[in-house]
Design a protein around this ligand. Structure first.
Ligand SMILES: [Fe+2]
Ligand SMILES: [Fe+2]
Length: 480
């Protein structure tokens, strides 16, 4: 690799750019024939990216290893995984059971053309791919063997995580396409979005943990599309806990995905402006709920989904005490759907890095802020149930376990924030337990299932009571 500054710049940007170029060429090949100028332009761009990688490394390889995407051994940042192009490439490789594709130096534009126009009919597995490429007269593009990784051997839990990630990435991609389309004055991809929302609902109904965990890990900037999907995942899981039926959950999830769609009508420079906004700039940002509702009610196919999405977009910054925005003329109470979305939105926004605060707040601080500083904004019962849903119990929470024991959250497990260690203070028979600690992340050795679960949070006010205990010293200052 050359050390001069210009090639260094190419090096840093080349991996995501190459993945984007691959995705763009695939999309163009779906829309145009090979002689169309749009395809020719995109193919030329991709070819120059290939040439750049060959010049730098002598090869150009796209590979997936243990859930990460690599270009010539350079791993794409974790944040890229929720974007359309890396998500597509990983899905493509996974669907075809390939570890990657190697574009050897000497690859001709015709070979790229043959590959991209036949990609929809590509087979699965390394041997079948080798035959497939040979039939197409492609000799400089080589399929790479899928590497067996520990992740792939972890069984059902990991399979569910894989399915969850796929759904998550598709949802991010669809929200992005829809919001970009709406920003350009076109209509959103409603049928596809409804399908992906139903997938989210089905997966959360089956087992919410994988998606919730993903939502907890995908803490990007609150203005990214991943934020919208996080809010939808949280809202569906929360709605499930509230006993809402599958159809309502899908409608709620659809509304969650587009709660901020009004921001497509606010100048991007304002949305992403670091530092303080002027009062006039705030006024513009505060228009996004109204703009969102207008977009929803004026969309081409209006139905119960878009009607609920309009209500959610309009009300998601209105507090229970009617503070917030837009200001409402009458003393009305916000409906349950916008209140659910408001809780999920605030929770995710505080848990994410923002334009002006680069560091997200830790979970217990998020919960503390919502429960203590912002309590007048939320329905207290809903907030209580929400915290039980996300399962991020701050240290010091009093919880009832499913075996009837009562305990205090003692320590979080960094490898699974949903399964902390609990100090038992009362046994199932109601007798004092003598400060025994149970790790909720431990599984029964015979059955492989978790030995114990949290049934519910008992009393939020105990947070403050328990912070005088010695192990909780680290969070004491923030709770006073
Ligand atoms: Fe918003
Ligand atoms: Fe939001």
């Amino acid at each position: 690799m050359s050390a001069n500054p210009s090639s260094q710049a190419v090096d840093l940007d080349s991996a995501p750019e190459f993945v984007n170029g691959f995705f763009a060429l695939f999309r163009t090949s779906r829309l145009y024939n090979a002689n169309h100028p749009a395809y020719r332009t995109q193919a030329a761009k991709f070819f120059s990216l290939l040439s750049g990688l060959w010049a730098m490394d002598g090869r150009a390889a796209l590979e997936t290893i243990d859930g990460h995407l690599f270009v010539n051994g350079r791993r794409l940042p974790a944040t890229a995984r929720a974007s359309a192009a890396p998500g597509f490439v990983m899905e493509l490789l996974e669907d075809h059971q390939l570890g990657g594709l190697l574009f050897a130096e000497g690859c001709q534009p015709e070979e790229l053309e043959h590959l991209f126009f036949a990609l929809a009919e590509a087979p699965t597995g390394l041997d079948a791919w080798t035959d497939f490429l040979t039939r197409l007269n492609i000799i400089h593009i080589v399929p790479v063997q899928l590497q067996k990784t520990p992740t792939e051997q972890l069984g059902e839990l990991e399979r569910q995580r894989g399915v969850a990630r796929k759904t998550f990435v598709s949802a991010v991609s669809l929200v992005e396409s829809s919001m970009v389309a709406v920003g350009d004055g076109k209509s959103m991809y409603q049928p596809a979005v409804k399908r992906v929302v139903r997938d989210l609902v089905d997966q959360i109904m089956e087992d919410e943990a994988a998606l919730l965990e993903l939502a907890a890990l995908m803490h990007y900037d609150e203005h990214t599309y991943a934020h919208s999907v996080n809010v939808a995942v949280l809202a569906i899981a929360f709605g499930k806990r509230l006993g809402l039926d599958k159809k309502y959950l899908a409608i709620l999830g659809f509304g969650a995905l587009f709660h901020d769609i009004g921001k497509t009508r606010v100048p991007p420079a304002l949305i992403n402006k670091p530092g303080k906004l002027s009062p006039e700039e705030w006024e513009q940002i505060r228009l996004h709920p109204i703009l969102g509702a207008i977009i929803m009610i004026s969309s081409r196919d209006t139905d119960e989904y878009t009607a609920k999405a309009a209500e959610i977009a309009f009300m998601h910054h209105v507090s229970l005490n009617l503070r917030g925005y837009p200001q409402l003329p009458s003393q009305r109470t916000p409906g349950i759907s916008p209140m659910i979305i408001k809780i999920c939105d605030v929770f995710n926004a505080l848990s994410s890095a923002r334009v002006y605060f680069k560091e997200p707040f830790p979970p217990h601080e998020v919960i503390r802020k919502m429960v203590v500083e912002m309590r007048a904004e939320f329905d207290p019962l809903l907030l209580n149930l929400f915290i039980a849903t996300v399962g991020i119990f701050p240290v010091g929470s009093l919880v009832l376990l499913n075996n009837g024991a009562i305990g205090i959250i003692y320590k979080t497990n960094p490898e699974n924030i949903y399964r902390p260690q609990v100090r038992i203070i009362a046994n199932p028979d109601g007798n004092k337990a003598g400060l025994r600690v149970v790790d909720l992340n431990e599984r029964d050795q015979d059955t492989g299932v978790f030995s114990c679960n949290i049934s519910r949070l008992l009393d939020l006010d105990h947070h403050r009571l328990m912070t005088s205990a010695e192990p909780l010293a680290d969070i004491k200052p923030s709770l006073q």
